[in-house]
Design a protein around this ligand. Sequence first.
Ligand code: HEM
Length: 288
Amino acid sequence: MPVVLQLAYYLPRFLQLFDAQKRHHVIVMTLISARRRRQEKVGDVIDCAVPRCYVDMLLSLGLGDLEMVSLCWEFMNAAAKTTTTALEWIMARLVLHQDTQRKLLDDIATRAGGKNPGTGSERPFVEAVVLEALRLHPPAHYLLAHTTDRDVSLDGYVIPKGSVVNYGVGDIGRDPTLWTEPDVFRPERFLEGGEGFVVRGIGSGGGGGRTLKMMPFGAGRRACPGAAVALKVLQSFVENLVTRFEWKPVGCVGKEVELDMSERPGLVTEMRTPLHARLVVRTKQERN
Ligand code: HEM
């Protein structure tokens, strides 16, 4: 296609993109300016009633507005879509596996009561549920592109300097040489004695020791800096959602609508059909 036609084809999209960027800039700058005014009024105090936030730290580095806006967007985009997508997959799994949902509720109740963990494992069952869902449904099926700064030798292959390297995160989690029955949702594999107990989800990128059995947050120096927050947030949301509501499939008893667990590939891999579930408020007795 001639260059002029190509430009004409992409121009409307570029204009839309510029417009979206302008709106993003205005929204984020409003928030940054509010923090700047506050700092001018009370100073960059650490031990005041309002805690020091990410923007305060950026301001203290003396960065320019454009750079701060870009960093804030990177954080917001990287944090929100990935975490909400992971939560949707986890809740879909709990709708599909009612036995796991009941076991989770029991484990939460026994732990809250200070009794021995219901699953007999030191790892809370909710953590196992979150990890198992991230293994099967990592929101990012590929990482951000990485590159080699020198020739690297790996398993007898040479990856030349300057190669663009990426990983099939989704495939690693379902590798049959690493996981038994990899397509089966079984959170118990992450409990003590299970093949996934070594996996921490963070640190070495989700591997456990030197073996990368899964890497939903990437690995190494450029691994997700929000992994620890994401895992805590997910566990807290799942615990609260399951304690307050019973999550059931839509439809009446015996005629439940089957969940569509297929994926919509993209930068973030979402559920092709967004989750629809029937929520029933749990009674106080059920919660305890
Ligand atoms: C379930 C939730 C999340 C998943 C699955 C996830 C996954 C990832 C992955 C795979 C990468 C690329 C790593 C690489 O290329 O090696 C990444 C990068 C990043 N994530 Fe997350 N993330 C999540 C939540 C968060 C949260 C909550 C934050 C912030 C609070 C965050 C901030 C970032 C940032 C800033 C980067 C870019 C790091 C860099 O370029 O060095 N993420 N994330």
